[in-house]
Design a protein around this ligand. Structure first.
Ligand SMILES: Cc1ncc(C[n+]2csc(CCOP(=O)(O)OP(=O)(O)O)c2C)c(N)n1
Ligand SMILES: [Mg+2]
Length: 355
């Protein structure tokens, strides 16, 4: 008998609908945790909008905005322990922030400062990966290390819809499946890979099912519903820690801004599409829920917006006030000990043979 893709039914997990009403069982989170999640999302959005303006003023380099994807990132990062490993792509500022990378570091990265790629001690995250899907094989290397050491840590790999078409992703899936690695693939399906729409990206009905042929379970979740993303990521974390192997999560979301500050999305997507997705804004929805639950009010909202503006002002000031890095320093923060070739290059820089 033929196995046919159309025989597969995949339903999308949702806990909060667009009106902010509970349509599923709320995860076990305290009021303080819920408010904390909301604060991260709101401050992250304010950061994103500010950095786009800084780019327009020529104060930072090319930037990849994440507005619209806050729930997918904050919800998933909240399900991790601080000791777990995060493998980001270039759009994961909120997830990295939740995991312990200060916003100042992310801003320095966007400014092209050498300290921007320097990971603070004790934060288990990898540097931003620009090569599409390159982080998937690295994440599986990390998960293999955890498997070997028995340290019970989970490696969470963020990737986009476009990245699921790359060979690296598929090779890593095979590897993760054979070794039953403690890994999670968190696909943010934001509907676009630059100007390539999801409809032309893949013939798979869902990206969640891309692991099935490899024996990896998958789930599709409303990526603009922070509670649902948190819930399914927690389930995947539990499976990974229990030695049950990797999982794929497809968080269905939308990139509200341009691909990067060098892109003009009006060239390839309609104003209507953006308008439709604005109605599903993850922050608006979560705020409605918190208001309904009497955990939030207008006064708290105003205070939070004020705090966000002040905090971001401080981040910008601190980053812009940081002394310029040196070329020599650029060798210092990637490898614990330099490879022979890099040692040679660093020596050449020190002798001013290269500048
Ligand atoms: C191996 C590789 N090929 C092409 C590119 C150029 N590129 C940068 S971003 C991008 C689209 C990625 O789309 P997706 O995976 O959906 O992530 P998103 O940008 O939507 O977050 C491409 C093709 C690259 N960085 N690396
Ligand atoms: Mg995409």
């Amino acid at each position: 008998m033929w196995i046919k893709p159309e025989d597969l039914t995949v339903s999308q997990v949702q806990i909060l609908n667009e009106a902010g009403d509970l349509v599923g069982e709320a995860p076990n989170l305290t009021s303080a945790q819920l408010i904390d999640m909301y604060r991260y999302m709101v401050i992250a959005r304010a950061y994103d909008e500010r950095v786009v303006r800084l780019q327009r003023q020529g104060r930072v380099g090319t930037y990849a905005p994440f507005s619209g994807q806050e729930a997918a990132q904050v919800g998933s990062a909240f399900a991790l322990e601080k000791s777990d490993w995060v493998f980001p792509s270039y759009r994961e500022v909120p997830a990295l922030w939740v995991h312990g990378i200060p916003l100042e570091n992310s801003l320095l990265y966007t400014m092209g400062h050498v300290h921007g790629a320097r990971l603070p001690e004790g934060v288990n995250a990898f540097p931003v990966q620009i090569i599409i899907a390159g982080q998937t094989t690295q994440a599986m290397g990390s998960a293999l290390a955890s498997h070997y050491l028995g340290d019970k840590l989970v490696s969470l790999c963020y990737l986009g819809d476009g990245a699921t078409s790359q060979g690296d992703f598929h090779e890593s899936l095979n590897f993760a499946s054979v070794w039953k690695l403690p890994a999670i693939y968190l696909i943010q399906n934001n509907q676009w890979a630059i100007s390539m729409p999801r409809t032309r990206q893949s013939g798979s009905q869902t990206l969640a099912q891309k692991g099935l042929a490899y024996g990896i379970p998958g789930i599709q979740v409303d990526g603009n519903d922070v509670l649902a993303v948190y819930q399914v990521t927690q389930e995947a974390v539990a499976r990974a820690r229990a030695g049950e192997g990797p999982s794929i999560i497809e968080a269905v979301t939308f990139r509200m801004g341009p691909h990067t500050t060098s892109d003009d999305p009006t060239r390839y997507r309609s104003a209507q599409e953006l308008e439709d997705w604005k109605q599903k804004d993850p922050i608006v929805r979560f705020k409605r829920y918190l208001l309904n639950e009497k955990l939030w009010d207008d006064g708290k909202e105003a205070a939070l917006l004020q705090e966000a503006a002040e905090q971001i002002e401080q981040v910008v000031k601190a980053a812009e006030g940081k002394p310029k890095g040196t070329l020599e320093e650029s060798f210092d923060y990637v490898y614990e000990s330099l490879t022979p070739r890099l040692r040679e290059q660093k020596a050449a820089v020190a002798k001013k043979e290269v500048r």
